[in-house]
Design a protein around this ligand. Structure first.
Ligand SMILES: [Zn+2]
Length: 329
């Protein structure tokens, strides 16, 4: 079946804007992009759908999100000025209150909301990747779902890694032409150096995409540079061994071998010019999350520094944004 979509504007992005334009779709493929007159002549038998005063453009890529948390919209607002409390409430709610069915419904809800906002591809970090992969497949979005792994206790690294390894073997059955599996050691403050090394080696050797939250908060920076702050206090209370490396987050991840996996780094707010050089030389990419960063009071990334680095926008989860809409970013 051939359909010719017309609108006042067509924005191919890779080439110039077309006034009074059209896009021809045959099955699942784009068969032509041009002016309405030109494509009507080339495809005289196509069904025509006219959108009038509108712009047709490629789908948006939401580089960083957590679709499984869509059901938490507004739930964490009382904690949003305290990142540690926010993260703790989120983690406990996901672990203790949400069943696999809940997580699937939440992820599918997020995927539908993304599609309605013009998003066609997502980089989705998920503690329950199976549900997120199924949700993307059912809604018809393209994406990479990164199975998250946590574990700040160095002595548990081998055990956590073995669980991830087993999980990944199970999840590969859910991959498709549109949905790919990746891995995500959650962050430098929730994953020990040993586990970061193991997951990074695994991603490099098995060619899995890797995503990690990086240089997001003041608490993260204090922990890694100086061994102080809320994360450091939590480590002390839980008897988790920690000796501050005295580095930036990006330098620390490089030392743990994470940059070898050419990771997708989410947030990258607290980065300096030296960090940027390391990101660029590693061939890593960056997901900026402006609304989430602002809502949680983390500040904003130094956008002007990210030249010649592959970077894009992410909505982060609805728990830290309330919307999944790239135009809002
Ligand atoms: Zn995130």
């Amino acid at each position: 079946m051939t359909t010719l979509y017309t609108a006042q504007w067509v924005l191919p992005i890779a080439s110039a804007t077309i006034e009074d334009g059209a896009v021809v779709v045959e099955g699942a493929l784009i068969a032509g992009v041009g002016t309405r007159a030109e494509l009507l002549a080339r495809f005289p038998n196509a069904d025509v759908r006219d959108y009038g005063a509108a712009a047709l453009l490629p789908g948006f890529v939401n580089c960083h999100t957590h679709l499984e948390l869509t059901a938490m919209r507004g739930y964490l607002e009382p904690e949003e000025s305290d990142f540690f409390a926010w993260l703790r409430k989120l983690t406990l709610a996901r672990l203790l209150k949400m069943t696999p069915d809940d997580l699937y419904v939440s992820a599918a809800w997020g995927a539908v909301e993304a599609a309605r906002a013009g998003v066609t591809s997502v980089g989705d970090a998920s503690a329950s990747a199976e549900e997120a992969m199924r949700a993307l497949g059912d809604v018809g979005l393209r994406g990479i779902v990164y199975q998250e792994v946590f574990g700040p206790e160095p002595e548990l690294a081998a055990e956590q890694f073995a669980k991830l390894h087993e999980r990944v073997a199970h999840l590969q059955a859910f991959e498709s032409d549109l949905v790919r599996l990746g891995v995500s050691p959650h962050s430098p403050y929730t994953v020990s150096a040993r586990l970061l090394e193991m997951v990074s080696d695994f991603a490099v050797n098995e060619t899995f995409p890797l995503m990690i939250h990086t240089a997001e908060s003041a608490a993260e920076e204090l922990l890694i540079r100086e061994g102080r702050g809320t994360f450091a206090e939590s480590f002390a209370q839980r008897d988790i061994a920690w000796s501050a490396p005295g580095l930036s987050s990006v330098q620390y991840l490089a030392r743990c071998g994470v940059l070898r996996a050419r990771p997708l780094l989410a947030h990258c707010i607290r980065v300096d010019e030296q960090d940027i050089v390391m990101i660029k030389e590693a061939g890593a990419s960056v997901a900026h999350c402006p609304k989430s960063n602002a809502k949680l009071g983390h500040g904003h990334a130094p956008y002007h520094l990210f030249k010649k680095i592959a970077h894009g926008f992410g909505s982060d989860s609805v728990a830290s944004n309330n919307t999944c809409d790239m135009l809002e970013e």
